[in-house]
Structure formats: C-alpha cells, structure tokens
Ligand binder design. Structure first.
Ligand code: UD1
Ligand code: MG
Length: 462
C-alpha cells in the first residue's frame, strides 16, 4: 500500500480571458493569489512534495510564491494538461500517490482532497467529478453500466457524449507507478492537438485499474476561474461562506453581502459588524465587540466590549477592553491601547502605548509616545516626534492633562498629574503636578486698522 503524497499543481496557462500581463493564477481572491490558496490547502495534506508547473509569465509565478519547499518546474511550450504533468515525472516517487490540482481552481477543500487521495492510496484512480446543468467546455465522463470508461473532451465529443452532464473537474489522484507509465504513452491525436491528461483514464481502464469517482462536498470548490468576472463571482461565493460560518458561530452581520475577510477573522460571542467592513491579515475580536460601518482592520486584536465607530482604520495594533474608538480614527502599526481608552474623530496614533482610561478625543497626532493612565489629551494636541532625520519619544505620565492645540516637541516628558496650558509649545520636560504653559501674553493694539486693497492705477498699464 502506498502512503506518501506528491502534489502537482498545474499553473502554466496564460488565462487569455483575464486580459492581463500577469499569469492567471497570480490574480487574487480574498487578498491571496489563487495559486497560494491551492498551495495552502495542499499543504494541509502534509505531502512529501509540492510541484508547481508554470510557464506563461516567466519567473513571476516562482517569485510570487517564494516557498523553498515547493519545486517549480517550467513547462515550455505548453502542449496540454498531460504534457504539463509529464514535466513533473522526475519528481514523482514511484511508491507515492500523485494528487493533481489546478492553480485556477482556488477553493478546493481539504476534506474533498483527503477523500480523493484515500482512493489512490487504495490503488484506485480517484477522479473528482460534478454534475452540471450546463456542461459546455468540460470533459465528459463516459460510463458503461455505471463503470467509467474514459473522459471525452468537449471538442472531441459526439452528440450523445455532449449530452452527458457528469464532467471532469480536472482534479485527480493516481498511484505514481501507474501515472508515470500512462503519461509516457499519451498522444496528441485529438481536436486540439494537445497531450490530454484525461486520456490516462482510458489507459487505466485498459490496464484493469479501478477508477472511482467522487464528488466535492460543495459545487463551488471545483469552480475554475477564466475571467475577471468569474473571479469576482467566486470571491463573493467565498465571502458568503465566511459570513455564513461567522453567523453560525454567533456573530451578527448587518449585511453578509457587504462584508469582506482577507485573512483570518476570529470572533467571540455576540460580536456585531455593520456594513462595508474589511478584515485583513489576522484579526481577533473579543466578546461583544461592535464594529461600525466602513471600518478597515488589519492584523488587529480587540478585547471584549470595545466599540469601534464608523470609518475607523486600525493596522497592526491591539485594543483593550471596553474602549471607544472613532468615528474616523486611524490607529497605525505598533499601537497598544489598554482598557477603557477613548480615541475620537480624526485622531491618528502611531507606535504608541495608551494607558488605562486615557482619552484622546479630537484631531490629534500621537506618535512614538508612551501615555500613562487617565491622561486627557485635548483637541488638536500633537506630538512632534520627527526632526526631519530622527524620531524621538514623548512620555506623558499618569493623570496628565494636555491642553488643546499643544505641541509636544520630542524627546520630552510630561510628569505625573501635570497640566499643560492650551496652545503651548513644550520643548522641555514639564514637571509633575504643575501647570506648564508657553504662551505669549495676549495684547490688544488700540487703533489698529485692517489692511485694504490698493486701488489699481488705470493710467499706468505698463
Ligand atoms: C481541462 C480538462 C477537462 C476538464 C476541465 C476542467 C484536459 C485535457 N481537460 O480542460 O476535462 O473538464 O479542465 O476545468 O485535461 N495547463 C498547463 N499546461 C498546459 C495546459 C494547461 O499548466 O499545457 C493548466 C492550465 O493553466 C489550467 C489547467 O491546466 O490551470 C487546465 O487547463 P485548461 O486549458 O483550462 O483545460 P481545459 O480545456 O479547461
Ligand atoms: Mg479550463
């Protein structure tokens, strides 16, 4: 009995209908290339080897995937699916089974592949098929008395065969000892003058090897992409599946069709997500987190009870429990917010720690700062962390009050419980517990007149 698995992913085609300079398999679904989806799913089967057959677009495919575990094999010219798999022969171990996947069929699932591979491990040819109402273009599964005889391509099929609704998905699993032999005997005597991988089915039949079809759990798993419109449809299908799974797990979505995950979104109980939100990378939302409309969260952790108001953008940050963020807040990489923090509209944070129950409610920029607990930062206050060449830190200790429109010129420390008068430019450390301000005295100039426009002298035009 064969045990180990070699995966071969066909990805050499141009994808003419994408109308693109990029190979089709590098177009993205849910923020990740179609080929990467297939590679990631294949990896869950723990194969001995993954071999990607590439061709169109030169080295774009190997350089986009960048995985030392993958063997990239160039197919040039591209003479058909059988010819593509022939390129992998040097890397197929006779005692293993091969699983053949398509780089443009991105949503194939682990469970379906596992079932198919199990057939090959029993010595069968495992063939993944589906029944379609509109089978145009696909290879048809020709059976006699229920047994699979061969696959006939659409362009080679006769009238009776064109009526067959069971089609080849292209995905199959075959013991390598048979596959390599059959690949060597393929010919290109067909309507397209190509070496068809599908011809191995008839060779299997002739050799008395059992051919067993199995069907995917979901029809969308085997949907291939040939155009940008099909890619968009499959993206929606994928997002709908993700949304459905989250709702099943107790997440409320105001509109599942206006919700996108490009990565992994993990939610606690009773999370509520309003329309048009985008979650990228790894996002974790704790219990009862509420996300308002039009938010973008990328590589973010949010603890329970926090409310993120509309139009907020957070990236590479962590937000504590029971915080109130936004609307219109921007929290940039390296920011860590403790519990019960309030960040209001048009506030930008970068690489800053904000302590328990501190408030930055309006129009601020706080960068490279350590802010203690129960600090209040007034409207328009900013840190000046950059002198044009280097960046410096600002430290604001517990309980400090920073008046509106203050500029804190880093490096600078505002001591515990200090108050900074509004409109100050703070260049030196401000002592704890004291009022510090750097404002010039207000003066009124009696008799001062506003300037008026000088009338044009019409005689001197020159
Ligand atoms: C193939 C199958 C057909 C099946 C259909 C499912 C064959 C002969 N036909 O037809 O039975 O119903 O897929 O979608 O196998 N590729 C290469 N090198 C090549 C040719 C193709 O790497 O020389 C790759 C393509 O990039 C693509 C895949 O193989 O990922 C399938 O090729 P495609 O030309 O789309 O095959 P179909 O004619 O659709
Ligand atoms: Mg195709």
């Amino acid at each position: 009995m064969t045990e180990a698995l070699d995966v071969v992913i066909l990805a050499a085609g141009k994808g003419t209908r994408m109308v693109s300079d990029r190979p089709k398999v590098l177009h993205k679904l849910a923020g990740k290339s179609m080929l990467q989806h297939v590679v990631d799913t294949a990896s869950t089967l723990e194969p001995a080897r993954i071999c990607v057959i590439y061709g169109f677009g030169g080295e774009q495919v190997p350089s986009a995937i960048q995985d030392p575990e993958i063997k990239f094999v160039k197919q040039e010219p591209q003479l058909g699916t059988g010819h593509a798999v022939q390129q992998a022969i040097p890397y197929l171990d006779e005692s293993h089974v091969a699983l053949i996947l398509y780089g443009d069929v991105p949503l194939i699932q682990h469970a379906t592949l596992k079932a198919l591979v199990a057939l090959a491990k029993k010595g069968h040819v495992g063939l993944l098929t589906v029944e379609l109402f509109e089978p145009q273009g696909y290879g048809r599964i020709v059976r006699e008395g229920g047994e699979i005889l061969r696959i006939v391509e659409h362009k080679d099929a006769n009238q009776a065969e064109l009526g067959i609704r069971e089609v080849n998905t292209g995905i199959m699993a075959i013991p390598n000892r048979h596959l390599t032999k059959w690949l060597h005997s393929l010919t290109n005597q067909n309507a397209q003058g190509e070496y068809y991988l599908t011809d191995v089915i008839e060779l299997a039949k002739n050799d008395g090897v059992k051919i067993t079809a199995c069907m995917p759990d979901n029809a969308w798993e085997v949907t291939g992409v040939n155009s940008r419109a099909q890619l968009e449809q499959l993206e929606r299908q994928y997002q709908r599946e993700r949304a459905q799974k989250l709702m099943d797990a107790g997440v409320s979505l105001n509109d599942a069709s206006r919700f996108d995950v490009r990565g992994t979104l993990t939610c606690g109980n009773d999370v509520e997500i309003d329309i048009n939100c985008l979650f990228e990378g790894t996002v974790t939302l704790g219990d009862a987190v509420q996300v308002g409309a039009n938010c973008v969260l990328k590589d973010v952790t949010v603890a329970s009870g926090t409310r993120i108001e509309a139009f907020t953008h957070i990236e590479q940050a962590s937000v504590g429990r029971d915080c109130k963020i936004g609307p219109y807040a921007r929290i940039r990489p390296g920011s860590v917010l403790s519990d019960e923090v309030h960040i209001g509209n048009f506030v930008e944070l970068k690489n800053s720690q904000i302590g328990f129950n501190s408030k930055i409610n309006h129009l601020s920029y706080i960068g490279d700062s350590t802010v203690g607990s129960k600090v209040n930062i007034g409207a328009g206050a900013i840190t000046c962390n950059y002198d044009g060449a280097n960046k410096f830190r600002t430290v604001i200790e517990d309980g400090a009050f920073i008046g509106s429109d203050t500029q804190l010129i880093a490096p600078v420390t505002v001591g515990k419980g200090a108050t900074i008068g509004a409109g100050s430019t703070i260049t030196k450390d401000a002592p704890g517990g004291e009022l510090t301000l750097s404002r010039s005295k207000q003066v009124s100039i009696p008799g001062w007149k506003r300037p008026v426009k000088t009338p044009l002298d019409k005689t001197s035009k020159e």
